[in-house]
Design a binder for this molecule. Sequence first.
Ligand SMILES: NC(=O)C1=CN([C@@H]2O[C@H](COP(=O)(O)OP(=O)(O)OC[C@H]3O[C@@H](n4cnc5c(N)ncnc54)[C@H](O)[C@@H]3O)[C@@H](O)[C@H]2O)C=CC1
Ligand SMILES: N/C(=C\C=C\C(=O)O)C(=O)O
Length: 489
Amino acid sequence: MERSTPGALLVLENFIGGKFVSCSSHIDSYDPSTGDVYCRVPDSGGEEVEEAVQAARDAFPAWASRSPADRAQVMNRLADLIEARLEEFARAESKDQGKTVTFARTVDIPRSVHNLRFFASSALHHTTDCSQMEPAGCLNYTIRCPVGVAALISPWNLPLYLLTWKIAPAIAAGNTVVAKPSELTSVTAWMMCRLMNEAGLPPGVVNVVFGSGMRAGDALVSHPDVPLVSFTGSTATARVIAERSAPYCKRLSLELGGKNPAIVFADADLERCVATTVRSSFSNQGEICLCTSRVFVERSVYPEFLRRFVAAARQWKTGVPSDPANSNGALVSREHLEKVRSFVKLAWEEGAQVHCGEGVDKLEVPEQNAGGYYMLPTVVTGATDSSRLMQEEIFGPVVCVAPFDLEEEVILRANGVRYGLAATVWSRDVGRVHRVAKQLQAGLVWTNCWLVRDLNLPFGGMKNSGVGREGGKDSHHFFTEVKTVTIKH
Ligand SMILES: NC(=O)C1=CN([C@@H]2O[C@H](COP(=O)(O)OP(=O)(O)OC[C@H]3O[C@@H](n4cnc5c(N)ncnc54)[C@H](O)[C@@H]3O)[C@@H](O)[C@H]2O)C=CC1
Ligand SMILES: N/C(=C\C=C\C(=O)O)C(=O)O
């Protein structure tokens, strides 16, 4: 049972047409570091979504006709206002999500600010195509127009970062939006809404409706006046969204889960590789779709890699999110903690070896955090490639390590899952790195590094990891309709 905190709870309101609007029912939101209720999130449904879509529709013509430079100015002001409150946002993100304050302070919030500035700036530099048909005396050119009201649905793992990753390109291109953050982590979105009028964003350009996926999310993606949906979350939810969107032929961008492999060849710089692979496996409690989940190591260096990797995982300290000594905080919810733990239980049942973490090492947190959702970084070996541990997205601090013998073999094994989001390859052999990167079924391949991100380049997954790409030009294309104009002269 969750414990509840006495005293006043933070109560959030929807942000519609530039105003905060209260909702008659709410959902409790928990502080993952203690298990206490600390916030109440509007449980919006069809009525609230209708109001928000109407506000976005009303605001669309004026916003769409503003110049990119005008829109960029407002977005930059919003970025400045968030940046000026970075610490406040970082603490709120940590309390709501369970991540360490350090991670929120150095990753989530700075990257949210960067999203706004990046898309504000890139909107100034887009060009379109032109062709001449000489014998016919025709000039063809393209123009790009905003699509209309965009539905933006974001998850709980990088709350403000992934929300701004969608809002920024959508409004930079002249769309208006109705966003629905995850009901588990709504606070920083609400805090950003408090800054929108001050930033100069016209009422109705960004509307935020809080609530569950089943009610608010479903009403939003099913709305006939919303022609476009950008979603980040689970593959299961993406399927439902695709079904709801199909009758209206909506434009979809789906960024989904992963089962990301790291491939370590014997010639890799083992020291750097171990340090980075621990980070790629356990950052943000393993709750990033890009986290490494399966590590394949060439057999000759496998024992040494495993020894160093387990030692480094034990050094990845887990505990109270506000303590700067900790690399990991708490998982997002009790349900999610139970789900992640069930994979380790499965490992024990199936005869795999658990080298550190869950069930092996002791996790210590202060008495007041005893109800929090903590879990130690856990390293498993001996899971078969076809096991659930090696096939399903765990989305927590659990990683499987396995040896391999041949390059062709490891490519097949790395590709042998339904997902295809990200992969990492560790080798000093440039030829091999190119060869392997080309054959991996993944939207992103990092070699000798992880999570180095240029927002200009496409981001997205293959297979069950998603549909479409976002980032730079791809986001601009997704959030605009292209039209070809032909002039006979
Ligand atoms: N970025 C990623 O790859 C993420 C993957 N996941 C995976 O999904 C699993 C389940 O986590 P959930 O929070 O349940 O993810 P989810 O996919 O259900 O939630 C993501 C967002 O979708 C909304 N949503 C849920 N059902 C909806 C519907 N029918 N229509 C419209 N919106 C809907 C949620 O309210 C939330 O805002 C995790 O254990 C993890 O494996 C979860 C979050 C992010
Ligand atoms: N989309 C996700 C992470 C993106 C990270 C990045 O852009 O660097 C996710 O975890 O869902």
